[in-house]
Design a protein around this ligand. Structure first.
Ligand SMILES: Cc1cc2nc3c(=O)[nH]c(=O)nc-3n(C[C@H](O)[C@H](O)[C@H](O)COP(=O)(O)OP(=O)(O)OC[C@H]3O[C@@H](n4cnc5c(N)ncnc54)[C@H](O)[C@@H]3O)c2cc1C
Length: 425
């Protein structure tokens, strides 16, 4: 009987466990988790904070008992793995116990970055990644004492906290150290449009503001003091300045690492029988051909499934690792697909704006480099597929079904042609 260990029980760990169980009913599957919670979806935490979903809805696979019972797992709760010897496939657990396995998946995800900046530990300063973070922020907001909010970090998590505040009628300021919002994914022009639309909803936005420290006054109000001398005062501050992969326990293990554990298309590490999936890993980005950490829910699930299949003796690959970011906030949708930083001044640019869409896309020859779209929530999947096809084969034309769908959704014909489609009368 095969003995398999899964380290970390989020979306990636759960998908892997499910796949192993479906393929190998006899396998002994041990799950090591540093919490006693069931696998949850961190992207639902801000929906819980604003009261849009109940607590249990953050756990899409049911409670820990339900998930473990359904898949026949031995779950070791509150048992972080502190070291891994990949040669002998041995885990060291908190407390020093060791356990050996035939196959191991590392699916330890990522954590919110809280650098050693003075004041980040003050009461009223929050971060957002875990269920515990969400419970804490919701409790504070439900208390009714918070009359103003400051969000530091104008990216995918920060914008969701802005939504939580604005929908409660709490005036909110959003600041970022970068020159424009959504800096890692948006063209400057897209960001300008998104900022204007955000300001129209009552949010104050200020960029080029690098945090120096946070102070707390006697009345409990917090002031974020910026390196350039700017000061932003509010009743609460949310710090959303990025994530770090939970891979510290693998230091000196011999596993190949970048920002996360490096894997090939099979989700294999450089040691046989050891796999990694989800936010803790760096798979090969099909656009650049280099390893890249792309922390999104769909990747975590798909990579977990592929790793699970291979742990159970299969031969599957994950081939859709592309940079994609979707933000849905305040009845607004923004998608960025592809690598904005790879675009060059000599590339061809397509830009379009009407009451419904804002589009900025860049291609080199016929290969699309990056697309920013505002307002296309119900077409994002198809546009992502068109982008992937353009990378795989820049000369290929869009299929008729996609062209018809995009026409039906009111996308301009030059954009459909830019994506490689022939428009139909
Ligand atoms: C606020 C927010 C909004 C988001 N919005 C989106 C979105 O709109 N779209 C999208 O696609 N994605 C979004 N994401 C990202 C998405 O949630 C993640 O990509 C995905 O959940 C990653 O799953 P995972 O299983 O790799 O990691 P995780 O969910 O982080 O799970 C890893 C688990 O491993 C545990 N662990 C860590 N170290 C150890 C150890 N040493 N031993 C044992 N256990 C350990 C962790 O505590 C955790 O429980 C969002 C995330 C956040 C926080």
């Amino acid at each position: 009987m095969k003995k398999i260990a899964i380290i970390g029980f989020g979306g990636a760990g759960y998908s892997a466990a499910k796949e192993v169980r479906e393929r190998d009913p006899e396998a002994e599957i041990h799950v090591y988790s540093d919490t006693d919670l069931g696998p949850y979806n961190p992207m639902l935490t801000t929906y819980y904070v604003k009261g849009a979903i109940p607590y249990d809805a953050m756990f899409p696979f049911g409670s820990l008992e339900e998930a473990a019972g359904r898949l026949g797992l031995k779950v070791h709760t509150n048992t972080p793995v502190t070291a891994l010897d990949p040669e002998s496939k041995t885990l060291t657990l908190a407390g020093g116990t060791k356990a050996q396995y035939d196959g191991i998946l590392i699916s330890t995800g990522a954590s919110a970055v809280m650098p050693p900046i003075p004041g980040l530990d003050l009461p009223g300063v929050f971060k957002m990644r875990t269920v515990e973070d969400a419970v804490e922020l919701k409790k504070a907001l439900d208390g009714g004492q918070i009359k103003s909010g400051l969000v530091i970090g104008a990216s995918w998590v920060g914008i969701k906290i802005v939504e939580d505040l604005v929908e409660r009628g709490i005036p909110c300021t959003l600041v970022d150290g970068a020159p424009w919002i959504f800096y890692v994914a948006a063209f400057e022009q897209t960001a300008a449009r998104a900022q204007k639309d955000l300001e129209a909803k009552g949010v104050t936005v200020s960029c080029n503001q690098m945090l120096d420290h946070i102070e707390r006054a006697e009345d409990g109000r917090l002031t974020a003091v910026m390196q350039g001398g700017g000061r932003f005062t509010a009743d609460t501050v949310a710090v959303c300045i990025g994530v770090r992969t939970n891979t510290g326990f693998l230091k000196d293990s011999g596993l190949e690492m970048g920002r996360g554990v490096r894997v090939d298309g099979h989700m294999r590490t450089n040691y046989p029988g050891i796999y990694a999936a989800g936010d803790c890993c760096e798979a090969v980005d099909i656009q650049s051909g280099t390893h890249r950490n792309i922390g999104v829910w769909l990747n975590a699930q798909q990579q977990g499934r592929v790793a699970g299949a291979n742990l159970a003796g299969g031969d599957e690959t994950f081939e859709a690792n592309v940079l994609v970011n979707l933000a849905h906030y305040l009845d607004y949708d923004f998608m960025c697909i592809g690598d904005v930083s790879a675009c060059q001044p000599t590339d061809e640019v397509y830009e379009y704006e009407d009451g419904r869409y804002y589009i900025r896309a860049v291609r080199r020859g016929r290969a699309i480099q990056c697309i920013n779209i505002i307002g296309s929530a119900d077409s994002n999947g198809l546009i992502k597929n068109a982008f992937i096809k353009s990378i795989e084969n820049p000369e290929a034309e869009l299929d008729i079904k996609t062209v018809c769908f995009l026409q039906e959704k009111g996308f301009p014909e030059p954009f459909i042609k830019f994506l490689g489609g022939k428009t139909l009368d």
